[in-house]
Structure formats: structure tokens, C-alpha cells
Design a protein around this ligand. Structure first.
Ligand SMILES: NC(=O)c1ccc[n+]([C@@H]2O[C@H](COP(=O)([O-])OP(=O)(O)OC[C@H]3O[C@@H](n4cnc5c(N)ncnc54)[C@H](OP(=O)(O)O)[C@@H]3O)[C@@H](O)[C@H]2O)c1
Length: 251
């Protein structure tokens, strides 16, 4: 028997990168149905085609409360409940401290912090007692990096949510954990952080010299950690941050 047989999951921001790889992994482990979201209909349709008919792609903007309510409605309409929620949708960009506008602040926090908070709160009534929630934080949550104060602070908030919600959801036996990936090869590196091939080469070289693993992460490696946190194998793991970074931030 595959470990996610009969299980229904929702992954926000799964039209590419870590979310898409996690959807693939859940389906490969027998998941009955995996809902995936994103803002871009065309990207989502391509992801759905790749994942097959047990995936259901729904356009939903995590930063928009009405859109999250509509997402809740779509799942109810299909008569589904959720065993697992992966609040993964996130954006990244640099901000220069001293020259950051309130609009820039809101743009990042609306998706990465408010979006995660209201994604989980909105969908909570659909999550079965005994289910699991994983939040995608980042090793950035515990690091200081130049021109990344907004992104890093947003991920510190996400990591913190996992601690508080693990207690809040005790009565329903829903475990809440955070996964903190290190540098992982996904579109966010180019689309969000503007890392072109030359800059990526520089990052790869830096990791080669400083990280125990000596390389960037692959999406499947993050997905494997998320599946562990979603599965009964982690039944006594709650409120933690599971760092998956090849050791970069740990040595
Ligand atoms: N890659 C890394 O090195 C790394 C490291 C640590 C943590 N992370 C975290 O991992 C998560 C996934 O990122 P990724 O690296 O896999 O990058 P990605 O490939 O760009 O994936 C981001 C996903 O989120 C969706 N998204 C963005 N804003 C959204 C919103 N407001 N509502 C709904 N969906 C939204 C994107 O689709 P649309 O643009 O179509 O909405 C896309 O599907 C993020 O939270 C990121 O911060 C990444």
C-alpha cells in the first residue's frame, strides 16, 4: 500500500517549483486527489496536464481573502475534505533598506505572511482531525542577508506560525510543521531574485565551497521532506522547522 492512498491534499503555489514537485510526489505515493493553486491559469493548466487527472488545478491568489474563500467553496462543492495542506505559495524579491515603500512591503507580506495565515485559517474547517499542515518557510527565516530584510522577515513569521498553530490545533490533533529549504533550483531564483545563469553559477560555486552538500537543492529533495512531515512517519513531530539545505545553514 502506498502511504498517501485515499488521502486528499491541497498545495498552494504548485504550478512550478517545490509545490509542483510535492504534488508529483504525493500522486506517486498514491494520493487520491491533489488540489493545486496558483495565479496564472496557463501555468496551472500545464501543471495539471503533467500531473494527470488526480490533480485539480484551481486559480487562487493566496494574498486575496475572497479568492481563498472561493477556493474553500470549490473544494466543498466537490464534496472533498483535506488530509494535508501545504501552504507553499510565496514570492521573493530584493528590497533596499532605506528605499522600500509601504506598497513594496505590502506586496511581499500580503502573499508570504498574510497569505499563509489566511490560507490556513480559511481552509482549516476542511482539514480532517488528525491531519497535517506544512508551511514553506526558508533558511532565510534565521539568517540576515543584504537587501532581503522583507523576504527574510516574512519567512521568520511563517516559521513562527508553525509553533503557535501546533498548539492552537492540539484539540484537533492536527500537526503543523515548517519546512525550510535552502537554495533550490526553481523559477523563483530567476523570476523573483533576478539570478541569471552567471549569477546562478556564482551561487553554485559559493555552495560548492561552503555547504556540506556542496551544491544547490533539487525540488524532489524538498518534496521528500514535505512528504515525511505529511505522513504518519512523523506522527510525533510537531511545531518544528525541518531544514533541508544540504547543511549550508547548520555548520
Ligand atoms: N527555491 C528556493 O531556493 C527556495 C528556498 C526557500 C524557500 N522557498 C519557498 O518555496 C516556496 C515555493 O517557491 P519555489 O522556489 O518553488 O518557486 P516557484 O517555482 O516560483 O513557485 C512559486 C509558486 O507560488 C505561486 N504563487 C506565487 N504567488 C502566489 C499567490 N499570491 N497566490 C497563489 N500562488 C502564488 C506561483 O505561481 P503564480 O506566479 O502563477 O501565482 C508558483 O506556483 C516559496 O514560498 C519560496 O519562498 C524557495
Amino acid at each position: 500500500m502506498q502511504q498517501f492512498e485515499q488521502k486528499t491534499a491541497l498545495i498552494t503555489g504548485a504550478s512550478s517549483g517545490i509545490g509542483l514537485a510535492t504534488a508529483q510526489a504525493l500522486l506517486a505515493q498514491g494520493a487520491r486527489r491533489v488540489y493545486i493553486t496558483g495565479r496564472d491559469q496557463a501555468k496551472l493548466a500545464a501543471a495539471q496536464a503533467q500531473l494527470g487527472e488526480r490533480a485539480i488545478a484551481l486559480v487562487a491568489d493566496s494574498s486575496d481573502i475572497a479568492s481563498l474563500a472561493a477556493l474553500h467553496g470549490e473544494i466543498v462543492q466537490r464534496g472533498d475534505r483535506l488530509d494535508f495542506l501545504f501552504a507553499n505559495a510565496g514570492i521573493a524579491f530584493y528590497n533596499e533598506f532605506g528605499d522600500t515603500t509601504p506598497a513594496t512591503f505590502d506586496r511581499l507580506f500580503d502573499t508570504n505572511v498574510k497569505g499563509v495565515f489566511f490560507t490556513v485559517q480559511t481552509l482549516l474547517p476542511l482539514i480532517n482531525d488528525g491531519g497535517a499542515i506544512v508551511l514553506n518557510a526558508s533558511i532565510a527565516a534565521n539568517l540576515g542577508m543584504p537587501n532581503l530584510s522583507l523576504y527574510n522577515a516574512s519567512k521568520a513569521a511563517v516559521r513562527s506560525f508553525a509553533r503557535s498553530w501546533a498548539s492552537d490545533l492540539k484539540p484537533r490533533r492536527i500537526r503543523v510543521n515548517a519546512v525550510s529549504p535552502g537554495m533550490t533550483r526553481t523559477p523563483i531564483l530567476e523570476n523573483g531574485l533576478g539570478l541569471d545563469e552567471a549569477k546562478l553559477e556564482g551561487v553554485t560555486q559559493m555552495l560548492g565551497e561552503t555547504a556540506p552538500a556542496g551544491r544547490m537543492g533539487e525540488t524532489g529533495e524538498i518534496a521528500a521532506a514535505v512528504l515525511f512531515l505529511a505522513s504518519p512517519a512523523s506522527s510525533y513531530v510537531n511545531g518544528v522547522e525541518l531544514v533541508v539545505d544540504g547543511g549550508y545553514s547548520q555548520v
